[in-house]
Design a protein. Structure first.
Length: 196
């Protein structure tokens, strides 16, 4: 599988490292770290072909933990893990048969440390979502394409919150100003076209 190109801007990473280090000192003052990413824009064909799997699922629970950083070697990040009840596999080239999958994304709050991760997927309990999965070498699942790989399914079956529509537009049309409403049926049809 292709190595993903996620780049955290050097300035943001340096600020994050220094703030995180100071936040873990003896004073235990609340610390907020803002981390942003520069996204390698992907189109829907690349997203489908390069994802480990694509699911529709419901977020049953979320929890945040401090973990060894995947993005900043030798550092610790706050990572949110979502427990996702799988409703359907939209693309499943590796034959997964899991009913529940734990999916990770950068960001969250643990004790006195908050990571605000712009450009990364966000999970909310009870949200129904389309999620493009990436599987890391340790077997854990992350969102493939960071914010470009997780979209909320609204009650009317349209896909994407206001925030997510910028990412969805860039994936579907390579235009992040494309804020049109895509239905779940439209998304499924496009994914099916690239999966077969």
């Amino acid at each position: 599988m292709k190595k993903q190109l996620y780049i955290i801007s050097a300035a943001a990473a340096l600020v994050a490292i220094s703030i995180a280090s100071s936040g873990l000192s003896a004073n235990k003052q609340p610390t907020s770290v803002s981390v942003s990413s520069v996204l390698a824009v992907r189109n829907i064909g690349d997203m489908v072909r390069d994802s480990y799997a694509i699911i529709i699922g419901v977020i049953e629970d979320t929890s945040a933990n401090k973990e060894k950083s995947f993005y900043r070697p030798g550092e610790v990040d706050v990572v949110t893990t979502a427990t996702v009840k799988v409703e359907q596999y939209l693309s499943n080239p590796h034959g997964l048969s899991l009913d529940t999958i734990e999916v990770k994304t950068l960001g969250g709050t643990v004790e006195n440390l908050t990571f605000e991760a712009e450009g990364f997927a966000r999970f909310e309990k009870d949200a129904r979502m389309v999620i493009f999965l990436d599987r890391h070498e340790d077997g854990s699942f992350y969102v493939y394409g960071v914010a470009q790989g997780a979209y909320t399914i609204n009650e009317d079956e349209s896909v994407g919150t206001d925030r997510e529509k910028h990412f969805l537009g860039s994936v579907m049309t390579e235009d992040d100003n494309d804020l049109r409403n895509y239905s779940l049926d439209q998304i499924q049809a496009v994914i099916n076209g690239y999966s077969n």
